[in-house]
Design a protein around this ligand. Structure first.
Ligand SMILES: [Zn+2]
Length: 411
């Protein structure tokens, strides 16, 4: 019996890296081992329980008696009864620094639809970070200006085209940027993650984020007082082996294109180093690192980045799961770096904004996040003081984007 158990465990261990965790992957029955707790399996100090079992007492592993649900089907309902404060509308008007309204900017009718959503959330201003330029940017600004109620509530960042970086590229890119500013662009971005991950130079080599050929455009941004909004890399787990210790296993299994196998892509560390070199080499250019630079799970690293680079700011889009799982540390971090953090949402899903308001404004315990595949854990409110909320919601963005209309924001 004992030998059978370990054969099954051995098969499971083989499947561990290859197959999904399903009800078909049966655990060892865990019965009949006289050495263990209620017939479980005994392990030595420092050993892990075999697959399909869990440590029920020190060094004693037991497997469930019935088929184990997959991680998709196990949906326990919390029995916690605690105060809840839903926050459908932000306490102060908000600038969404990381907007992707895309086709909502196509007509005054679609703008009106977006306005209804924004009003219900208390988002006053949408910054479109759709990486547009040239005729497209002009069309968007024409549509915005034609809307009596939205003309002050949408602004656009200018995109930069990184194709063909080499002799003559910078002059062309700067001329295009100046034209985009004349057409109404208020900043630059979102510099996409493809810079660093996939964009190639004409000779086929990877265009590094800190490539000196790009220096003139970053200097031009400083000269034109344009803040640069830049997305670098992706969650660190996407660069790591996809085994059952990976916190984003489910997401990468659902969306295989989010994986960055290390034989084909640069590492997260390489990309972060290139990005930090860029920040350091251009101290007069202001940069906002999207998604808190994917350092929200290591606030010490992010704090060091802010400390060493006074020209660097961070935006919170799509990393709420990391902020809301460390409410005390995140509270202190936001208070300490209150001048450096900006609200942004990324993908435009009106029903998801209130999760941010609730994390930032309440001290609620243990509530659901909006995407189970991002984070299988719960969130907690970080209870920010009003003065900090105002900075994160709009004041920092107004400072970084001085051409955004200030009407509608408290003084
Ligand atoms: Zn984005």
């Amino acid at each position: 019996m004992r030998r059978t158990l370990f054969t099954i465990a051995g098969v499971s261990a083989g499947l561990l890296l290859a197959g999904p965790l399903t009800a078909q992957t049966q655990p060892p029955a865990g019965r009949g081992n006289a050495g263990g707790f209620r017939g479980g399996i005994t392990i030595k100090d420092g050993e892990q329980c075999p697959p399909g079992t869990t440590e029920v007492r020190p060094r004693n592993c037991l497997g469930p008696e019935m088929p184990v649900p997959s991680i998709l089907d196990y949906r326990p309902k919390s029995t916690l009864v605690a105060p809840t404060h839903m926050v459908p509308k932000a306490k102060f008007p908000v600038i969404d620094f990381h907007g992707h309204p895309q086709q909502l900017l196509a007509s005054t009718e679609s703008l009106a639809r977006m306005q209804a959503s924004l009003d219900s959330l208390n988002v006053r201003t949408m910054i479109a970070a759709d990486n547009v330029s040239g005729e497209r940017l002009k069309r968007v600004m024409d549509t915005v200006r034609a809307s009596a109620s939205m003309k002050d509530r949408v602004r656009v960042l200018a995109g930069i085209n990184f194709n063909g970086v080499g002799p003559g590229w910078a002059e062309k890119a700067i001329a295009q940027l100046e034209a985009d500013v004349a057409a109404g662009a208020v900043g630059v971005g979102e510099i996409p993650k493809s810079l660093g991950l996939t964009v190639r130079k004409p000779d086929g080599s990877r265009l590094k984020i800190d490539d000196p050929a790009l220096d003139p455009i970053w200097d031009a941004c400083a000269r034109l007082n344009l803040t640069v909004f830049i997305h670098t890399a992706d969650p660190q787990e996407f660069f790591k082996p996809l085994d059952y210790t990976n916190e984003r296993w489910l997401e990468q299994a659902l969306f295989p294109e989010r994986r960055y196998p290390q034989d084909k892509f640069p590492s997260f560390e390489t990309l972060a180093t290139e990005r930090n070199n860029l920040f350091k080499r251009h101290p007069k250019t202001k940069f906002v690192t999207a998604h808190l630079g994917w350092h929200a799970s290591e606030l010490g690293v992010l704090g060091k980045l802010f400390d060493e680079n006074p020209n660097v700011y961070g935006e919170v889009g799509a990393v709420l799961y990391d902020i809301g799982r460390q409410p005390r540390a995140a509270h202190d971090f936001f208070v300490k770096y209150q001048d450096r953090i900006l609200f942004g949402k990324d993908s435009f899903q009106p029903e998801e904004y209130p999760y941010y308001w609730r994390v930032f404004e309440t001290k609620d315990d243990y509530f659901d996040y909006y995407r189970g595949y991002h984070a299988f854990w719960k969130l907690y409110g970080i209870d920010l003081p009003d003065a900090v909320l105002k900075k994160v919601y709009y004041q920092n963005a107004l400072n970084l984007l001085p051409k955004v209309p200030t009407a509608g924001f408290p003084k």
